[in-house]
Design a protein. Structure first.
Length: 272
């Protein structure tokens, strides 16, 4: 009888021990939204590559829209070229199951295929006093003609535990591990309320920035852009309606910041 009691007692103690360990793990931190890394450029897809168009330019019926689109898409090219691998890697994290490493520290590990090449992604999240610290490490095996790299810290950042805001720092590449882009973001309800890219690499374009946000105005989306036009820095404001696509643009370089408008067909129109 005593033996049965002893065995039962051991079983209970072991069960309580493992239950306590499981409880101590808690839940993994909530991932920031994938949209915290990507500005919406869908309204400004264009084949034009020149930035010499001037708003209101005679003989070019869509020059107002085209001017706004050309400057905005310069930023899209950064995301679709230099940063395509880390951005694609982060988007896939939401579908993965994290592994508990230690107190308040979790890891997501998975493979990512970009342009036919496979990369190993390792995202860590650690909850601290008032933030969650994120780090994304990327590994690429060596292939003929292309050197590999191991655990390159491609981006890192922080977010609030409730997922309402955060910041990312993205690095250029394993061959040139310089900080290239800082991203500040806030979330309103279920959507990104505001996201800002700031170019931080030390060259001519340093301090260039674009901010994207949504509002309740008729023209309910906007860009505020600070960019180098080849001679000096300029400021550009763009506002548009995300459903009808009509909008307007103004620049510090043209006619004292006068607004130039386009209609739902992207054709120049008089601003009302």
């Amino acid at each position: 009888m005593k033996k049965l009691i002893s065995i039962s007692l051991v079983f209970i103690l072991v069960s309580l021990f493992f239950a306590g360990c499981k409880k101590d793990k808690g839940n993994p931190p909530a991932l920031p939204p994938a949209e915290s890394m990507t500005i919406d450029f869908s309204n400004f897809d264009t084949q034009k590559k020149s930035i010499e168009l001037i708003p209101g330019q005679k003989g070019t019926e869509n020059s107002n829209f085209q001017f706004a689109a050309t400057v905005a898409v310069i930023w899209k090219l950064i995301i679709n070229t230099t940063l395509v691998i880390p951005v694609a890697s982060f988007k896939l994290a939401i579908d993965q199951t994290p592994v508990y490493l230690s107190k308040n520290y979790w890891q997501w590990s998975y493979n990512v295929t970009v342009a036919g090449s496979t990369y190993k992604a390792r995202l860590t999240g650690q909850a601290v006093a008032s933030d969650v610290i994120w780090k994304m490490y990327i590994t690429k095996d060596e292939t003929p003609g292309f050197p590999g790299f191991t655990d390159f810290l491609w981006f890192e950042g922080t977010s609030k535990p409730d997922g309402t805001s955060g910041q990312w720092t993205l690095y250029e590449s394993s061959a040139s591990p310089n900080a290239i882009l800082k991203i500040d973001w806030t979330k309103t309800g279920a959507s990104i309320g505001k996201i800002k890219y700031t170019y931080v690499k030390s060259n001519t374009f340093n301090t260039s920035a674009i901010e994207y946000g949504l509002t309740t105005a008729t023209l309910n989306a906007y860009y505020t852009i600070h960019y180098f036009n080849g001679v000096k820095f300029s400021d550009l404001n763009v506002e548009w309606n995300t459903k009808t696509n009509n909008g307007r643009v103004k620049s510090s370089d043209y006619l004292d910041g006068t607004w130039f408008c386009w209609d739902l067909n992207r054709i120049n129109t008089i601003c009302q």
